[in-house]
Design a protein around this ligand. Sequence first.
Ligand code: DAK
Length: 260
Amino acid sequence: MTMENILLTIDGHVATITINRPKQLNALNTATIQELSDTLDDLNGNSEVRAIIITGSGEKAFVAGADIKEFASFSIEEGKRLSAEGHNKLFNKVENMSKPVIAAVNGYALGGGLELAMSAHVRLASDNAMLGLPEVSLGVIPGYGGTQRLARLVGMGKALEMICTAGMTNAGDAKSWGLVNAVYTQEELMAAANKMASKMAKQSPTAIGFALDAVRASVKANEGGFQAEIDAFGACFGTDDFKEGTTAFMEKRKPEFKGA
Ligand code: DAK
């Protein structure tokens, strides 16, 4: 498989996927989502791999969100379809992996980037990381599971604060809220992620697979929320606010929302 947007290394039992679009702050376009999806399928079927790390290229960003320049032109139907597809292709796939996935959050984790990190089983962050769901500043809502997974991790109050202000939180606050497990310097982050992954890889892969299933079962009852998110996300694509939010981003100005 030729991959233009991600790098894959396998060292012993640990695989590391690096999203590699540093000039776009590793923003997720459809090609990158597809490459991640295919790679995760391969790794899930590779019994030599027992733990997976996902990180971003460079020192500035893990992933600064979905690629705004790409999704700005989507219609309501495309928005809904791509949201549902994205859930299955990437975000649910990460959460449902049979081996543990660690997100090494090495900088901005915004929108789809934070949603990707929240789909992982463990999040470690560098001390320069900034995390947030800025979607409402673009006239859209988190469409890749963020409305569901953020509330699970930090509780409804903090989740609604983060979603409704579109604000970013730093790594220290994110740790105190339970959004990330631990914070390291940029230099220490990958060593810490590898150390944790290696420790996981020494345990019984069968037992870990069952443990992941059991922990996931605790949230399966609430999956209706994901469909509600997909429907609401699609509806945003038909609004003037969405056009204004994405156009303002591309024109590098503040949006003026009319609420329509
Ligand atoms: N998409 C595309 N390009 C991006 C990007 C993004 N999300 N984030 C950054 N870039 C690009 C910038 O446009 C810039 O490109 P050039 O102008 O150099 O060509 C380059 O990366 C460097 O960014 P900046 O010059 O802005 O760097 P700064 O250090 O000044 O600022 C920043 C860093 C992270 C604060 C800023 O770049 C920023 O605010 N980025 C956008 C953050 C954001 O709003 N992300 C999107 C959240 S919404 C969907 C489902 C879900 C979603 C979408 C669709 N479907 C199913 C269709 C989810 C949506 C989101 O993720």
